[in-house]
Each structure stands twice: as C-alpha cells, then as structure tokens.
Write a protein that binds this ligand. Structure first.
Ligand SMILES: *[C@@H]1O[C@H](CO)[C@@H](O)[C@H](O)[C@H]1NC(C)=O
Ligand SMILES: *[C@@H]1O[C@H](CO)[C@@H](O)[C@H](O)[C@H]1NC(C)=O
Ligand SMILES: *[C@@H]1O[C@H](CO)[C@@H](O)[C@H](O)[C@H]1NC(C)=O
Ligand SMILES: *[C@@H]1O[C@H](CO)[C@@H](O)[C@H](O)[C@H]1NC(C)=O
Length: 759
C-alpha cells in the first residue's frame, strides 16, 4: 500500500536524519538524480507528512498511472486522500514508468514501455540544485541561491490549495479521461475576471469583481475564502466558505468533473470532505451538464437530473432532433419552460417575432434544428443551426423551445444519451448491398489475379534487365526491404539529391521514390520495429512509407515520391511561390494539422512527428500537402522513434503556420514581430506580400490566434491538435492568445509567473 509505504519511508527518513527525535523540523531536500517509479512504489513526502508525491492508478483501466501530489495525512483515509496536482494532466503512463529529478535539474516523466518522455518541467539549463515538497503541497525546484525556478503551484491542474494563486491567463482544467467533461475550465481573463468555461467559447459563470484594474490574482486563503487580490495583496472580491474562520485542518478548491467550482473542507468528525461553497448554485446552469441532446432539470431537492425529451417509445435513446433529408416532411415539437443552447453558434440568428412565427421560421429553414422563444421584456426567437443541442428546464423559465424532427421516425438516427447506454440497433439486411459487395469482391479478386500475372511478367522483364532485386518482395506488412546495394542501384549511386539527405530513386517498375538517409545511429531492433509501425499508417496527408533498408549501419527510409517537391522549395522560389495563393496556404495549414492530429490521436498508439518543418511538407501532383519524415527525429546524430511530446509538434506546427502566413523563414524574430503587429492592430502587415490578392482577414485572424497559442513557450498552454484542426476549419472559436514568448520574470517575486494550462 502506497500510503503505508510513504509513511514508513517518512519515518525512516526522520529516523535516519534525526535519530530518535519525535517531532523534528526537517527540511526534506530531494537531491538531483532522485527517482520514483511505479515498480518501486516509492514517494516523496512533505516534512509534515500532509502531502506525498508519487505514482498512483486513478483510472479504471489497469496499467494506467499518473504521477503527482496528493493528501497524505494519517487522519484522512487512503481512498479520500484527494489528488491535488498531476504532472502532464491527462497523460497516463504504463507500469514501466519513472519520474526523476535528472542530474541536469529537470523533472521528467518517462514511460519506458513506449520510450516516450511524457512530461518535463523544462528546467534543464536553469541551474537547479534540488527539489523539495513543501508542507503546503507545493513541489519546488530551486537553484544554489534558493531562488524558486519552478513550482507546481504555478502550474495547477484542477485544484488550488490554500496559499496558491491563479494569475491572468492561468487555467484550472477539470481532470478526466472523458474529453467532453475535460472541456470545463476555470480561466482568469486579461481583465482579471474569473470565468468558468465550456471549451474556450462558452462562459457560464463569472466572478463579479469591481471595475477591473488588471494584474489581479485569485488567491485561496487558509481560512477558507477565495479572493481576487490587486498588486498590493488587497482583496477586491471574495467569496467565503460556510465554515470561514472555523478551524479546519485541510481545505482545497477544485474544478470538479461536473464543471462546478467547489471549495472543500475536511470534516474530522464525519471523516469526509464537505463542499462549503460552490460557484454555480443551480447545477443545470453549468453548460452542457446533460451533454448533447439532454435537458437538465433542477429538482426540488436541489439536485440536477438529466432528461431526454427527444425520446422514442421503445428504446430509451434521445433522438438527434433533426437530420437533413427527412423523406416525409418535418414537424416541430414544443417544450414549455425549456431553454435550449447550441454551441458553435456563429450561424445562429436571433429575431424579434411572435411564438407562432418563431416555430414557422425554424420549420421553413432546412438548416434550423431547434428554436427557443422567450419573452423577457420583448419577444425573441433564437434559431439554432447546430446539431449539438443541450438545455435546461425550470418552472420559472418563460422560454418555450421547439425541436424539429422528421415526421417519419425511421428517417432519424437514434442518438446516444449519456446515462442509459444505447442498445445496438438491429442490423438491417439490404439485398442490393449484398449483391454489390459480392460482385465487388469478385472484381477485386479478378484484379488481384491479373495484377499477379502482370507483376510476374514485369519481374521477368526487369530481371532480364539487371540483377534481381529482392525488394520486389514486400514483407508481411507490405513494406519493401532493400539491401544497401539496391538502394545504391535505385538512386543511381545517390545522383539525384532532392533535399537534405533525401534522394530521388526509380524502382524497376519505373515508379519514383524518395529515399531518405537517416544518417544517424539507431539500434537495428528499434529501427525495424519503428519502421513497421510507421509503415502501417495511412492518411491522405501523410507521405506513405513504402520500404526501408537496414543493413550494417545503413538506415534508409523509402517513401512515395511527391511530385511537386517540398513547401520549402515553393517558398524559396519566386515562380513556384505564385502557386501558394492564400487559399492554398490555408488549405496546407489545415492538411498538415489533420495529419499531425491523426498521428497524435488517430493511430493505435501515440506517434509524434518530431521533425515538422517546411522541408518535410511535400506537395503531390495535385498540390495536396503531405507530411514526410514522421516518427523519427534525429538529435546529435542519434535517431529516436517518437521520442517527443505532442507539445513539440504543436509548437512546430505554430511556427510552420507563421512561416506560411508571413513568407518569412528561419527567422527567430518572426514570432515576436508577428505577435506585436497583431497586438497593435496591424494584422495585414503580417501577410506575405507575394500573395496575389492578399488574405481573407477572418481566416488570417483565426490562423494567427491559433498559431500564437501553438507556440506558447509553456507547452502546457498549447492546445491539442484536435482543437487546432477545428479552429482552422472555423468550427471552434479561439480566444486572443497571451504573448507566446517568455515575459521578464523574477522567480522571487511571490511566484506571479503566468504558467499553466490555458487556451
Ligand atoms: C506491467 O503490466 C503488464 C501488463 O498489464 C504486466 O503483464 C506486467 O506484469 C506488469 N509489470 C510489472 C512489473 O508490474
Ligand atoms: C473578462 O471577462 C469579463 C466578464 O466575462 C468581460 O466582461 C471582459 O470583457 C473580459 N475581458 C477580456 C479582456 O476579455
Ligand atoms: C502589471 O504588472 C506589471 C509587472 O508587474 C507592471 O509592469 C504593470 O504596470 C502592471 N499593470 C497595471 C495595470 O498595474
Ligand atoms: C471571519 O473573521 C473576521 C475577523 O474576525 C470577520 O471580519 C469576518 O466577517 C469573519 N467571516 C465570516 C464569514 O464570518
């Protein structure tokens, strides 16, 4: 048991340091090189024993560990020792993982099973000499002058502890493995208001501070109140827990999974955590409490219940309110005292009209899915065109909602409600499909047969022409395995260089190939296993790996050939650059984002690109962007497979977008310059002057904002690729980004560094 282990270790530590003294004041120093691992089941404990840092298994899945800080006090039972900080937020690691304060002074979380550094504190070159877990639950890294270089208090997950603060642009994010609920965050905006948000676009609670002066920090006091403080630490806004001023041993503030922000106190008598304050009184007012298509009802007993008004009788499923293409017409169902929200509301419209008109307007508009009519001082009809509908019902609400549905119920797909798991719909047999499938199979079979005959003939021919090439036999994964002499032969002795360590080659079948010399050492076993993984990936925006060579110390990758060459070539060549119209550039950004997103979350296991830059974005014969050289990255002549975090790719992607928009390459200053121009309202200046017809300003704003979020110095502020894709597609709004680069920062100044998970 971890708790017992930690306790024993603490006792042992005290014993070792102070002999038999019973209440020693110990400053536990965690020296460089200290290591924790799942296997050793060890941990670091604060001197008062209240907090422990170690690995724990919080998910339902076996072999999914997180590392971080939790309560460790003997007076709290193990199952109630809440987590207060997690390294790397949602990332889970295997049982072969370790957490170390490296000799270079960096905290790293390394998963040996996947060979990946999952999280680091990025303090490798900042002269860290040791770490300590303070009695208030703050893990700190200090240098020789006792300056705090890094602290967990400045990088919060979902919890604030007494004494901890949240500065402008900082975020608490609800921790969960379900993406839908992890959309909840507590954010401190530029004018010093605390906001609870769903995604970054929907604010459902705000602190009502006075005229905002900026430079505020949110602060949790030890006596149980949450305050907004100005530069002089004077409270300008506060809320109090019910037990404010009572003597309570442990408190914390957490953004819970249900999107509500609560202050908790430890109740010694009942041995439980009690919520003594919550931000949103009526849980139904927390956006999307009942998820997609659910309606939240606040009951008399004060709890929230999810109902499903869009119900069909036999199954318990909620229906998608309306799908386009009902064969037998549509009708509107009416719900009283119900307010419906839609997200991504850019298309929504609000009109002043009567109840009947409201219903009719939605019915007549083929894209309208629901409408909510309210009459608070004036009749208003809100027409929604999104399929993500969620809402709440309250007898006090005057709103009346209409939900469009098909008259023919079979034209509507059963949707899936959060709570009752859906029963699988009975399979429908479609005779024409069966016939189609059968004949399709036959046709494919015939083609394969023909192909084999053709292939054998070709082989005979080429065999006559030159030495037999073994690579015409693909291995079981469909990859060609080539010898070094074959590589030499197809590249005509590396005659045609098409990029850094990249050569053009021709197969005996006359197919063009691009051959990459990795020019780095990597163990044969690792190389082969990596190549097999990479070879099994298919995406329309990834250059396909077709084969490889692994002989002695030769390591080559054979890719499909992209006819139009690299993006770098296009940006550097004035005539090719003409092809990079604004539309094309936007399209390239979106294609590259999709490819990276696929590597990060679409494959069976996480893959990083590690090497994203203009040279590695290829354009095929239709000028569609395809990413090349993914999976491997070379550092100091040594190749690693996937040894990079998602954050690195996101950062590289941001730089790529800035390069594409500005046309300025290899310019360290380009990011700072572009940010300044954008901040000061000269956004059009940023655009590459070579683009005929200039830029679409709305797309430009969107692309710049997301690029600045991607290049945030703090990797935890960078958005996941999925959201980047959606912002570029225009289906997700994005907030104005904070300055991406480091601000001048004095670590001794009461830790007001703005570092945390934000976007
Ligand atoms: C790690 O997990 C794997 C798979 O669940 C299991 O087979 C293995 O025994 C575990 N190893 C250790 C050291 O616990
Ligand atoms: C901060 O939030 C408040 C309340 O939601 C809003 O009125 C204000 O405009 C926001 N400030 C900025 C800079 O976004
Ligand atoms: C906010 O703080 C920064 C740095 O501490 C200071 O330069 C700036 O003047 C402050 N702004 C306001 C509005 O007080
Ligand atoms: C807590 O105590 C202070 C000072 O005694 C007092 O001003 C404050 O009103 C008290 N807070 C509450 C919520 O009772």
């Amino acid at each position: 048991m971890l708790q017992l282990e930690c306790f024993l270790r603490l006792v042992l530590l005290l014993y070792v340091s102070f002999g038999f003294l019973l209440h020693p004041v110990v400053t536990t120093v965690i020296p460089l090189g200290s290591k924790l691992s799942v296997v050793d089941n060890n941990c670091w404990v604060s001197t008062n024993g209240d907090f422990a840092f170690g690995f724990f298994n919080i998910s339902d899945e076996p072999n999914q560990y997180s590392v971080g800080i939790r309560f460790n006090s003997k007076s709290i039972p193990y199952s109630l020792q809440e987590l207060v900080w997690i390294a790397g937020a949602h990332d889970k690691v295997s049982n072969l993982s370790y957490f170390q304060l490296t000799p270079q002074g960096e905290l790293i979380l390394f998963d040996s099973l996947h060979g990946v550094t999952v999280w680091t504190s990025h303090t490798g070159n900042r002269s860290v000499v040791s770490a300590a877990l303070h009695d208030n639950g703050n893990l700190i890294l200090i240098d020789a002058k006792q300056n705090i270089i890094w602290q967990s208090f400045n990088n919060p997950s979902d919890t604030l502890l007494p004494g901890q603060s949240l500065a402008v642009y900082d975020t608490l994010r609800a921790s969960t493995t379900h993406p839908e609920t992890s959309y909840y965050s507590l954010y401190m905006n530029a004018s010093g208001r605390l906001q609870l948000r769903w995604r970054s676009s929907i604010v459902y609670w705000t602190s009502e501070s006075l005229s905002s002066t900026g430079n505020l920090t949110a602060f949790l006091t030890t006596d149980g109140s949450l305050q907004l403080r100005d530069q002089n630490s004077k409270a300008v806004w506060s809320v109090f827990g019910e037990d404010h001023n009572d003597s309570v041993s442990y408190r914390f503030l957490r953004l819970d999974l249900d999107g509500n922000l609560r202050l908790y106190s430890w109740m010694e008598a009942s041995q439980s955590w009690r919520s003594v304050w919550q931000a949103v009184e009526n849980q139904c007012k927390v956006f999307a409490t009942c998820g997609q298509r659910g309606v939240c009802v606040f009951t008399a007993s004060g709890s929230a219940e999810c109902r499903c008004p869009f119900k069909v009788t036999e199954t318990d499923n909620c229906l998608v309110p309306y799908e386009q293409g009902c064969t037998s017409g549509t009708n509107m169902q009416q719900y009283k005292n119900v307010h419906l929200y839609g997200i991504y509301s850019s298309d929504d419209s609000v009109v002043t009209t009567s109840l009947q008109q409201c219903k009719q307007l939605c019915l007549n508009d083929s894209r309208c899915t629901v409408a909510t009519f309210s009459n608070n001082g004036g009749p208003q009809c809100s027409l929604k065109k999104t399929k993500y509908i969620t809402g709440y019902e309250d007898p006090s609400l005057s709103s009346i909602s209409f939900v469009k549905s098909c008259s023919d119920p079979f034209a509507v797909n059963p949707g899936i409600m959060k709570s009752p798991p859906s029963k699988p719909s009975p399979p429908r047999i479609c005779v024409p499909c069966l016939i189609g499938a059968a004949s399709g199979t036959f046709v494919i079979f015939a083609f394969v047969q023909l192909g084999i005959v053709f292939f054998i003939c070709r082989r005979k021919k080429s065999a006559m022409r030159r030495v037999t090439l073994a690579f015409t036999f693909p291995n079981s994964k469909g990859l060609m395995v080539l010898s070094f002499s074959e590589i030499k032969s197809i590249t005509s002795d590396f005659k045609n260089r098409v990029g850094p360590n990249m050569f053009k080659g021709v197969l005996p079948s006359n197919r063009l190939m691009a051959i990459k010399d990795l020019n780095a050492t990597i163990e044969e076993r690792k190389f082969r296993s990596a190549v097999l993984k990479i070879g099994s990936i298919h995406h329309k925006n990834l250059v396909k790996l077709e084969g490889y060579c692994c002989e002695f110390n030769h390591r080559y990758l054979v890719y499909e050939y992209a006819k139009n060459g690299s993006l770098e070539k296009h940006l550097d060549d004035s005539s090719l650059c003409k092809r990079l119209t604004w539309r094309k550039r936007v399209e390239i950004c979106s294609s590259v984002a999709k490819a990276i997103c696929y590597l990060h979350s679409g494959c069976r296991e996480f893959l990083s690109h590690g090497n994203l830059k203009c040279e590695n974005v290829m354009l095929d014969e239709d000028s569609i962007a395809k990413l090349s050289e993914y999976g491997f990255a070379i550092v100091d002549g040594e190749a690693t497979y996937c040894g990079f975090s998602a954050g690195k790719d996101v950062g590289d992607f941001g730089k790529l977008v800035l390069t594409l928009l500005t046309g300025r390459r290899d310019d360290e200053q380009v990011c700072e310059w572009a940010y300044k121009e954008w901040m000061e309202g000269r956004v059009a200046n940023v655009v590459d002057k070579r683009i005929v017809g200039g830029a679409d300003l709305e797309e430009l704003e969107r692309s710049l904002r997301i690029a600045f979020w991607c290049v945030q110095v703090n990797e935890h502020k960078r958005p996941p690729m999925e959201e980047v894709v959606r912002v570029l597609d225009g289906t997700l709004n994005v907030d104005p980004p904070p300055p991406p680069f480091h601000l001048p920062f004095d670590p001794q100044e009461n830790g007001s560094e703005t570092e945390s998970v934000v976007y």
